[in-house]
Design a protein around this ligand. Structure first.
Ligand code: CAA
Length: 257
């Protein structure tokens, strides 16, 4: 499969997608979104892949939706075509996705990172929703996911003023799982991704589904949902192997069914 705005490779059981529009700081245009969706379809369909890493460049994870593409859009066209719908593919990915963020993650770039399951940040990372400075507002979930991640006070301030957060603040606020030196970002992302990809696939996918359900439902319903998934995992060979290996004091050899 050929891509012009992405680099896609597989490394063992990990699919690595690197956004690659260097001249535009990885601004997210429609071609990139179409290619990203195609890459995600292929990696999800590949039973050998257990985790996906989404990365940008050293300078920018992504500096937002492509302003040059949006500049002359009108309300009727934006409403009718609802181009942001096509961005949602990433949030529907069922396999775990790690965002490896260095440099700018602004606007749609920050929103895309937040659609991933774990954000690992380089110490150079900057997160923000500066859309208001363009006369618009976050359009790919930023006002919702940022608020859930960092709370109303910071989300409101960032969306209303366009102020960006550095990596340390983002970690304190709970937006990112971990901050690492920029030079180590991809190695750390791969280490985490390898570890996840080595887990039983059904369990990893169900963990993702269950944690995400916490944002969509009540506590009682969420706990009921978790209980069903927990029970279902007893139907897998990997549960027999995992518990058998523990009891027999050996390393498990998962089938990752
Ligand atoms: N869209 C299109 N092109 C972009 C871009 C974007 N979002 N961000 C950067 N670029 C382009 C610049 O136009 C420039 O191209 P040229 O060399 O052809 O002029 C190139 O990338 C390099 O950018 P700068 O010269 O501006 O680099 P800088 O280091 O001076 O500044 C920056 C970096 C602060 C990130 C600045 O580029 C910037 O503010 N970018 C826009 C950020 C933004 O507003 N993002 C939100 C977009 S709207 C959105 O995302 C909507 C949504 O919610 C879905």
């Amino acid at each position: 499969m050929s891509y012009e705005t992405l680099l896609v490779e597989t490394n063992g059981r990990v699919g690595v997608v690197t956004l690659h529009r260097p001249k535009a700081l990885n601004a997210l245009n429609s071609q990139l979104i179409e290619e990203l969706n195609r890459a995600l379809d292929a990696l999800e369909a590949d039973p050998g892949i257990g985790c996906i890493v989404l990365a940008g460049s050293e300078r920018a994870f992504a500096a937002g939706a492509d302003v040059k593409e949006m500049q002359f859009l009108t309300f009727p066209a934006t409403y009718r075509d609802d181009f942001i719908t096509s961005w949602e593919r990433l949030s529907r990915c069922r396999k775990p996705v790690i965002a490896a963020v260095a440099g700018y993650a602004l606007g749609g770039g920050c929103e895309m990172a937040m659609m991933c399951d774990i954000i690992l940040a380089a110490d150079t990372a900057r997160f923000g929703q500066p859309e208001i400075q363009l006369g618009i507002m976050p359009g790919a979930g930023g006002s919702q996911r940022l608020t859930r991640a960092v709370g109303k006070a910071k989300a409101m301030e960032m969306c209303l003023t366009g102020r960006t957060m550095d990596a340390a603040e983002a970690e304190r606020a709970g937006l990112v799982a971990r901050v690492v030196p920029a030079a180590d970002l991809m190695a750390e992302a791969m280490k985490t991704a390898d570890r996840i990809a080595d887990m039983p696939l059904a369990a990893a996918m169900m963990v993702k589904e269950s944690v995400n359900r916490a944002f969509e439902t009540t506590l009682a319903e969420g706990i009921r949902f978790e209980r069903r998934l927990f029970q279902a995992l007893f139907a897998t060979a990997d549960q027999k192997e995992g518990m058998g290996a523990f009891v027999e004091k050996r390393q498990p050899g998962f089938a990752r069914e």
